[in-house]
Design a protein around this ligand. Structure first.
Ligand SMILES: *Cc1c(COP(=O)(O)O)cnc(C)c1O
Length: 375
């Protein structure tokens, strides 16, 4: 079977291998069969292994849905009665976390910080010192809107020093940038199968501490379908998701996991890094500027400033690239006019070199001056 290969430079879903795509073609099976639940059990263990968690202390809880579901689940399920969450917001994804808190009416402090620099630890510490009822600190590892890396280990250490748990949104780093859940001071992290693992959309997972999951049994139940303890307890009791799982996506994820172990954590991160360097080099050659200082980038998402050229039209450039099999993505930054190029997925340097030829042609077709111009 020939499947057209598209190069996705958007921040997930990512380009997948054909073997992962084809892993979805399985005989029909009821997910309550032992054959299926046995596969889920191995997958849960593997998800913990990716972040080097001790399986006696950490576990993975799977959900059917996109990555935002895990943000929702962690925030609505891990806050005890009478306590507050602290949302460290320096980008669009942590702004979403604050919005989730507002939807549930959760008591929370929303620290709105500059989006173009890592979270300032002194502001965090001051807030923790002045607010003793904070029970949960939330931050995003790689702010996917800008590509900014936050110092999760230091944030987690401060949260713990002040008696709070630390929830890190690792959706856009998990399976790419190496994470050690314990050393990185993470109590709960999360991702979805279509990002770092290079599988399909529809399966998302929270990885976290068993003792804290057990402790959350008595916390207020604020959602029926999206409660972390409820899903965890069901998995522990039956090995299954409480409600219907995304069966074919689970098979694709199991295949993607096998490919993850074959490639290896270090080699995979090295590949993402050389892809990212090729993106930087291609941008530089065309004169593009980036939003975030290089040393603050997580190494996976480049937020690129749109040129100040009357001929520049993102949609037109996008469509010309898309026609050649390459997807670029609009920005997610308040006022700054940006677009994004990401180093996720089963791609390598030659794909990026081919992309920049296509992008150059698209700019010429639009009449955008090269090198691109800024005021
Ligand atoms: C992709 C992503 C999510 C989840 O987005 P969905 O569209 O729900 O899959 C959450 N947080 C971060 C940091 C992400 O990159």
């Amino acid at each position: 079977m020939e499947i057209k290969r598209n190069i996705l430079l958007n921040p997930g879903p990512a380009t997948t291998t054909d073997s992962v795509k084809l892993a979805q073609l399985v005989p029909d099976i009821c997910p309550r069969e032992r054959e299926f639940t046995a596969q889920m059990a191995t997958l849960r263990q593997d998800l913990v292994r990716v972040v080097h968690g001790d399986p006696a202390r950490y576990t993975a809880v799977l959900f059917c849905g996109s990555g935002t579901l895990c943000m929702d689940v962690c925030l609505n399920s891990l806050l005890p009665e009478g306590k507050r969450a602290l949302i460290l917001n320096n980008g669009a994804y942590s702004a979403r976390a604050a919005e989730i808190c507002r939807y549930y009416g959760l008591p929370h402090i929303h620290l709105s910080l500059p989006i173009d620099q890592p979270i300032d630890l002194s502001i965090l510490e001051q807030t923790l010192r002045e607010t003793p009822d904070i029970a949960l600190v939330y931050a995003t590892h790689n702010e996917t809107g800008t590509g900014l890396l936050n110092p999760i280990r230091e944030i987690g250490a401060l949260a713990h020093q002040y008696g709070a748990i630390f929830v890190a949104d690792t959706t856009s780093t998990y399976g790419m940038r190496p994470i050690s859940i314990e050393e990185d001071q993470i109590d709960f992290c999360m991702a979805s199968a279509q990002k770092g693992l290079m599988a399909m959309t529809g399966l998302s997972f929270v990885i976290g501490r068993r003792d804290l999951l057990e402790a959350s049994q008595g916390y207020p139940r604020r959602s029926y379908y999206c409660n972390l303890y409820r899903q965890y307890a069901h998995f522990e009791r039956t090995g299954e998701m409480e409600f219907t799982p995304p069966v074919q996506t689970v098979y694709a994820t199991i295949q993607a996991m096998q490919e993850y172990w074959v490639e290896g954590e270090a080699a995979k991160w090295e590949r993402h890094t050389r892809v990212f360097q090729a993106i930087h080099a291609g941008l530089e050659a065309l004169g593009f500027q980036e939003l975030i200082r290089r040393e603050w980038q997580a190494g996976l998402v480049a937020a690129v400033r749109c040129p100040d050229d009357p001929q520049w039209d993102f949609d037109q450039v996008h469509d010309l690239c898309y026609a050649q099999g390459f997807t670029i993505y609009p920005g997610k930054v308040g006022t700054a006019n940006t677009f994004r190029l990401c180093a996720l997925g089963a791609i390598d340097v030659p794909d990026i070199q081919a992309f920049f030829q296509v992008l150059r042609d698209a700019l010429e077709t639009c009449g955008v001056a090269i090198p691109v111009r800024y005021h």
